[in-house]
Ligand binder design. Structure first.
Ligand code: 3H9
Length: 706
């Protein structure tokens, strides 16, 4: 077995190198190896100082996340944590200076090991962070104690509750890193370590109290963070737990804080929140692996791109390319539409600059990568075209026929359709192997999901290139099959069907939205429609009627179409399911909706009655899971985890709940099936159980097969 931690000596400095690819996680053997290396250096008379460094592309990316699932109970967690804490204390108590050399990332346990060293040096591109909350846990190896002692409570709370990484420059300014090494990291770290040895300096972070000494400042930062999290955490517990551990150390000192951290960590690591978030972490990485598309499939280099259609979606997609440094042609059919599209893009970038997220120079640079076009001139040079014209089958088919003619033979032809048949576009293009769906979510420059819709003849190269490209565009790509609405919108139709029918049965729009935001959705179904545009759904329904289809099985509520006919398209027209004051996005309940619901109920012979919140949540979630089972059975989604990743990134489904399929698993599929059967008896045959749900429940199995 290769050595996980190596010990060498160079220029009188012991080099302890962690070598556990791919990310130097703290798998069993790694902490012990570091411990032994530092002890050996302490005892080695030929050694003046120690450098801790990672081999390969990174320092330590944290604990080995797979290990958390093997913790059987609280006692085991507490025992393991005590041992890690003691180990880090031994490193900190080394009489010779211990310098941590950071490249790549020092995350979670990685940063905690770094903070147990006396000093930290980093390359300019390094990143550090405590992302544990994103896995439903808190820093468990002293991070909640050492971090505030290095950078103060406000920054520590920010890092531990949001889980974001920060770059070396900010880490230096905050005191987390002591020195930036511009050249060779190891050489720089050795020089730094020798200088500290010569000065006889070791600095134990656990003894640094200056940054937390002002109790008033610390308490204010803690209270401000708690208040802000109440608005943003959407039901997640771990961020609050992280604050509690930090607060304990600020009030009671390092040892008391550490003891509290160990207890809180144990609670978190055994929680459903953590199980769900960890499952989602691995599901996201699993989504990049597509059966039948080998890892070594050759991919095309995407150096230049074009987008057809400069509307809301097309403009947002062009921004993604420009943000990734890829020059992009943006084509519209007339000058006015092109000007409008460009003006919207500029406004979006200017807003980012106003919020300090971009500098004016960065805005100019990305704008200069977007080249307006009214013709297909230049399309013969690009590596990919994304079609983002109006959602109309014939229009899109004619665009693909054009693209087949004007682009080079290996150019990828992607459609941003949210519902329509990719194979028809493939056929029109005459180059089906290169055709694929790249379904972005609105706003396309913000939402991280990219459904990659494989057509019948999409080549492996086209699929593999799309997956690689999604990463470059800072998106999460999930490969799905071709059917009406693919995974995200096909399932959403069932989510919306239930919301509409519950309204007719007696629930109110604000009630339904409140139940769903209470569950953790960023916005309820009706609020979401008002943002997305009621006209969009109405046009899709119009098209489906022309081919004798509906979006979801079962009764179709007329209310959304009535709103469309009234010109109530949502926020953009100042009214939809809610009313909006001019210039405001605050939804105001509108009694008109109750009138429409009454009318619809009367037409269906329903006597409207109050509906309990539980019924609302259960109907909507069970409808999603049942259709999710159909999507899995038909291989439209490859795995339950893919569906959950799609819902997390496409619709902001609360991550700590795992996603619609994980949530169904947590209820138990026997229970879910029982609900489906109850609804079928009560509400009609459109509540047929999905065969897969039937089967898995009978087997006592789950969607994840755990
Ligand atoms: C923690 O540290 C708790 C402590 O407080 C307590 C300590 C005692 N473990 O993402 P990628 C795998 S909690 C196991 O595609 P990238 C990943 O599954 C931890 N495996 O690469 C994938 O495997 P495969 C706190 C891990 O370059 C491969 O590595 N740390 C881990 O896009 C490549 O990953 C975090 O939360 C891990 N910790 O991004 C950091 N990390 O190829 C989690 C990665 O088989 N990790 N893998 O699919 C990340 O954020 C990203 O992976 C990273 C690299 C930014 C590091």
């Amino acid at each position: 077995m290769p050595e996980l931690v190596r010990y060498t000596v160079q220029d009188d400095v012991a080099i302890v190198t962690i070598d556990n690819p791919p990310v130097n996680a703290l798998s069993p053997g790694v902490p012990e190896g570091i411990d032994a290396g530092v002890a050996r250096a302490a005892a080695d008379r030929a050694v003046k100082a120690v450098v801790l460094i990672g081999a390969g592309s990174t320092f330590i990316a944290g604990a080995d996340i797979k290990v958390f699932g093997t913790i059987p109970n609280r006692d085991v967690s507490v025992d393991r944590s005590h041992r890690v804490h003691a180990l880090l204390r031994r490193i900190e108590d080394c009489p010779k200076p211990v310098v941590c050399a950071i490249h790549g990332t020092a995350l979670g346990g990685g940063l905690e090991f770094a903070m147990a060293c006396h000093y930290r040096v980093a390359v300019p591109g390094a990143k550090v962070g405590q992302p544990e909350v994103l896995l439903g846990i808190i820093p468990g190896a002293g991070g909640t104690q050492r971090l505030p002692r290095l950078c103060g409570v406000a920054t520590a709370v920010e890092l531990c509750t949001l889980g974001q990484h920060i770059g070396a420059k900010r880490a230096l300014a905050e005191g987390i890193v002591d020195h930036i090494v511009e050249g060779d990291l190891l050489a720089g770290a050795i020089a730094f370590a020798l200088a500290k040895a010569a000065a006889g300096e070791v600095r134990k972070v656990r003894e640094q109290e200056a940054k937390i000494a002002d109790y008033g400042v610390a308490a204010a930062a803690i209270e401000a963070a708690r208040a802000s999290l109440k608005k943003t955490a959407r039901g997640a517990h771990a961020p609050f737990a992280a604050i509690d551990a930090i607060a304990a150390g600020v009030q009671g000192g390092f040892d008391a804080g550490s003891a509290r951290e160990i207890e809180i960590f144990a609670d978190c690591v055994l929680s459903a929140e953590s199980r769900n978030l960890i499952r989602l972490f691995f599901a996201e990485r699993e989504a990049a692996k597509v059966p039948g598309v080998p890892k070594e499939t050759a991919t095309l280099e995407i150096r230049t791109a074009a987008v057809v259609g400069a509307g809301t979606m097309g403009g947002g997609i062009a921004m993604n390319y420009a943000n990734a440094g890829i020059p992009v042609l943006l084509k519209e059919s007339d000058q006015a539409a092109l000007d409008r599209g460009l003006a919207t893009i500029r406004k979006n970038y200017d807003n980012s600059a106003a919020k300090g997220k971009m500098t004016p120079e960065q805005v100019e640079r990305v704008m200069s990568l977007i080249h307006p076009a009214l013709t297909y001139e230049g399309f013969d040079q690009v590596d990919i075209v994304v079609e983002a014209v109006f959602e109309n089958l014939d229009l899109k088919k004619s665009v693909f026929a054009d693209l087949g003619r004007v682009t080079k033979p290996d150019c990828i032809l992607a459609s941003n359709t949210s519902t329509l048949d990719i194979d028809q576009f493939a056929h029109s293009s005459g180059r089906p192997a290169s055709v694929i769906g790249h379904h972005f979510f609105s706003p396309a420059n913000v939402m991280k999901l990219m459904e990659i819709v494989r057509g019948r003849e999409s080549s492996n190269q086209t699929i593999a290139t799309s997956l690689k490209l999604s990463k470059k565009l800072n998106k999460v790509g999930v490969v799905v099959g071709n059917c009406f609405g693919f995974v995200a919108n096909r399932m959403l139709a069932y989510y919306m069907r239930e919301a509409y029918l519950l309204l007719e049965e007696g629930a109110s729009v604000p009630q339904i939205d409140k139940v769903m935001t209470g569950f953790g959705m960023p916005v309820g179904p009706f609020g979401m429609q008002d943002i997305a545009g009621i006209d969009v759904g109405a046009r899709i329904r119009q098209y489906l009627r022309t081919i004798g289809a509906t979006r979801a099985e079962g009764p179709e509520s007329p209310v959304p179409d009535w709103l469309y006919e009234m010109g109530r398209y949502g926020q953009k027209t100042g009214a939809g399911w809610y009313r909006y004051e001019a210039g405001s996005r605050t939804p105001i309940p509108d009694p008109l909706i109750e009138e429409l619901a009454l009318k619809a109920a009367a037409e269906r012979g329903i006597d409207r009655q109050p509906v309990a919140d539980d019924e609302i949540l259960s109907r909507i979630m069970v409808a999603l899971a049942n259709e999710g089972a159909n999507v899995l059975e038909e291989h439209i989604a490859i795995r339950a985890g893919d569906i959950d990743v799609i819902y997390a990134y496409g619709f902001g489904y609360p991550r700590h709940r795992g996603g619609p399929m994980a949530y169904a698993d947590s209820l138990g599929l026997t229970q879910v099936l029982a609900k489906v059967s109850e609804y079928r008896a009560r509400l009609g045959d459109h509540w047929r159980p999905a065969p897969l749900l039937d089967r898995l429940a009978a087997e006592g199995n789950s969607f994840y097969g755990e």
